[in-house]
Design a protein around this ligand. Structure first.
Ligand code: ZN
Length: 399
């Protein structure tokens, strides 16, 4: 009696599993091994960053409801003549940008024509913001709401753009991973003389813990986009239909010119005894003249939590300065700083500051513990009488 013939013996299957394990283990211990060389890895990153930058200025429709006109490519989010020009040097400001060549974050010079721009509004609706742009000052509630609306539109555009880019990069890297691991598997089978025992047409890693962190961030951005998209109609109703319900905006002006202009959004996590929930806010910081305007905005239903958050920072000038700093590093990458102010920071501290942005360990509820604006801090320490512990805390941020 002859033994029944199977396609693969148990021994062969066992060998194949061991080879697959070997391939997966080498991938887990060095995920970059899916790239054929370091330069291929850099090329890959570079291509992604270039595509992301190119797609940012794609042709879009004006964001004002029912307007069918084409948006101009470079609508400013931050008022150019009111806030950007006064902090620029030789027509330039510095803003954080990822460098795919060095695989790190750095501050890059950007001209005022490009700073804070996105394809937001058509030529007609750009004029909505002209009055306070030209006066160089936000003088009433309506103008404040217009600026909040403009910041919210930009954040909706950004979160949609980032979600799409995240999705595309994740699927491209997964495709590359599966293709390269299959090549490796075939090569090892050849090495062991087992290439004729199996005809493997495809390989797909179903659960990859290395992507968990990316997918979690991707989901957070998607959820944040949904939350912002729910806030936007309340601002539209307020500005275009005079319905003053559903929105909450809180603003404060301080008599200090902070040399940074910022516009962004973030998620605040509320931890009550009985429940936990997240809420989205839009925030902005705009210097004008010798003053700086801070605002936070969100849904009216969240006004108590938003005000609790804002009140915590509104205690004194030091905490307002710390709020500007935490928004810059933990809130948004949409900020523009006076070049000489950033360049004056000691190198070691600059590295620490950039590491905070990349680490995601802190959030906008945290005081950075290190200083960006030394000159203002030193001036405040010399002018304000404050308790010893405040002097010690603020001084230590500059050491
Ligand atoms: Zn329009």
């Amino acid at each position: 009696m002859t033994k029944p013939k199977f396609c693969h013996s148990e021994k062969n299957i066992g060998n194949l599993i061991r080879v697959i394990d070997e391939v997966l283990q080498s991938y887990i211990s060095n995920p970059q091994s899916i790239f054929q060389s370091y330069s291929e890895f850099i090329e890959y990153q570079f291509e992604n960053v270039c595509r992301r930058n190119k797609v940012w200025y794609r042709k879009s429709k004006c964001m004002v409801p029912n307007c069918q006109a084409k948006a101009i490519q470079k609508s400013h989010t931050l008022p150019r003549s009111m806030s950007l020009r006064p902090i620029a040097e030789d027509g330039k400001v510095l803003t954080p940008q990822f460098n795919p060549i060095t695989n790190s974050l750095e501050l890059k010079e950007v001209g005022l024509a490009k700073a804070s721009t996105f394809p937001g509004f058509c030529e007609v609706h750009e004029r909505l913001f002209h009055e306070f742009e030209q006066n160089n000052f936000i003088s009433n509630k309506h103008e404040l709401y217009l600026q909040v609306y403009r910041s919210t539109c930009r954040e909706i555009y950004r979160t949609k753009h980032v979600s799409a880019q995240f999705e595309s990069v994740i699927s491209k890297i997964k495709y590359l991973r599966d293709r390269r691991l299959l090549e490796k598997l075939r090569n090892i089978l050849i090495l062991y003389g087992m290439q004729n025992n199996f005809d493997i047409n495809g390989l797909s890693v179903v659960e990859d813990s290395l992507f968990t962190m990316f997918e979690e961030r991707f989901n957070n951005i998607k959820n944040h986009h949904i939350a912002l998209s729910e806030i936007l109609p309340t601002f539209e109703n307020h500005l275009f239909h005079g319905q003053q319900v559903g929105t909450y905006v809180s603003a404060i002006t301080i008599d200090i010119k902070i040399p940074v202009a910022l516009s962004g959004s973030a998620t605040i996590e509320i931890n009550h005894k009985c429940y936990r929930r997240k809420l989205s806010i839009v925030m902005g910081l705009m210097p004008s003249g010798n003053r700086s305007l801070f605002f936070v905005a969100g849904r009216k239903d969240d006004h108590q939590e938003i005000e609790n958050y804002f009140s915590y920072w509104k205690k004194n000038p030091f905490s307002m300065l710390a709020l500007a700093e935490t928004w810059m590093l933990n809130g948004t990458d949409q900020w523009y700083i006076t070049p000489s102010v950033w360049r004056a920071i000691p190198e070691m501290r600059k590295k620490e500051l950039l590491n905070i942005i990349m680490s995601y360990d802190q959030n906008i509820g945290d005081d950075l513990g290190i200083s960006i604006f030394d000159e203002i801090r030193i001036k405040l320490l010399s002018e304000i009488t404050c308790p010893a512990y405040v002097i010690s805390k603020e001084s230590s941020k500059m050491s």
